[in-house]
Design a protein around this ligand. Structure first.
Ligand SMILES: O=C(O)C(=O)C[C@]1(C(=O)O)C=C[C@@H](O)C=C1
Length: 203
């Protein structure tokens, strides 16, 4: 006869009420992401990550315009303009100029990462997608300028949280949220990580 395990006469320890409560509490803590972060702050980084993700995605259009024009990805003059504009706006947003310079250097690097990846892929197949064309100077760069203003405003709001111990977890949570909505490809996801590299301070 097969041996059976009987609990007769004693309640299995794992089913006691106190233990169930403890497991549920632990699960709630785990699912909430960061136990010490108030609920209203759980999605605090979503606007910043959304705007940075939109900037990353705009690199598709930049790459296409460069494919058509043959202009190089790296445009040092434009980069200097982007950084100078952000640095000039830093004091009004309560941000340190070095911080803003680092953050927008990262945004530019993320854009170049996408551009090089797409242009290389298009070179390999010998053609670029048939997306509608947009003017770099009249449409795409003004859009990047608008996103820059949004990102600066987001950074102003997030000043204390960027220094908190929960920053990394909150950014990761926001990335998950934005990625679910945006259906990004791997190239954009990797570039977004690059863009976010120096968002958390003092980790
Ligand atoms: O405006 C361009 O030409 C871009 O490629 C965009 C961008 C940026 O991210 O702002 C990225 C790389 C260039 O070196 C300059 C600027």
């Amino acid at each position: 006869m097969a041996a059976t395990v009987s609990f007769e006469g004693r309640k299995p320890a794992c089913l006691t009420g106190a233990r169930v409560m403890a497991v549920l509490a632990l699960a709630a803590w785990f699912l909430s992401g960061c136990a010490s972060t108030p609920a209203r702050e759980q999605n605090a980084f979503v606007p910043l990550v959304s705007h940075m993700a939109a900037r990353v995605k705009t690199a598709d259009q930049v790459a296409l315009s460069k494919w058509d024009s043959g202009r190089p990805v790296h445009d040092p003059q434009r980069e200097a303009e982007v950084i100078a504009k952000a640095v000039a706006a830093a004091p009004a947003h309560g941000l340190a100029t070095q911080d803003v310079e680092a953050l927008f250097t990262d945004q530019i690097e993320a854009s170049k990462q996408v551009q090089y990846a797409l242009l290389d892929a298009w070179k390999r197949t010998g053609r670029a997608p048939a997306w509608p064309r947009r003017s770099l100077s009249d449409e795409i760069r003004p859009e990047l300028d608008r996103l820059q203003i949004e990102i600066m405003a987001d950074l102003q709001q997030l000043r204390p949280l960027r220094e908190s111990a929960d920053c990394g977890a909150l950014v990761a949570r926001a990335v998950d949220h934005v990625m679910r909505a945006a259906a990004f490809e791997d190239v954009h996801r990797a570039a977004l990580d690059r863009a976010l590299a120096r968002v958390c301070i003092g980790e």
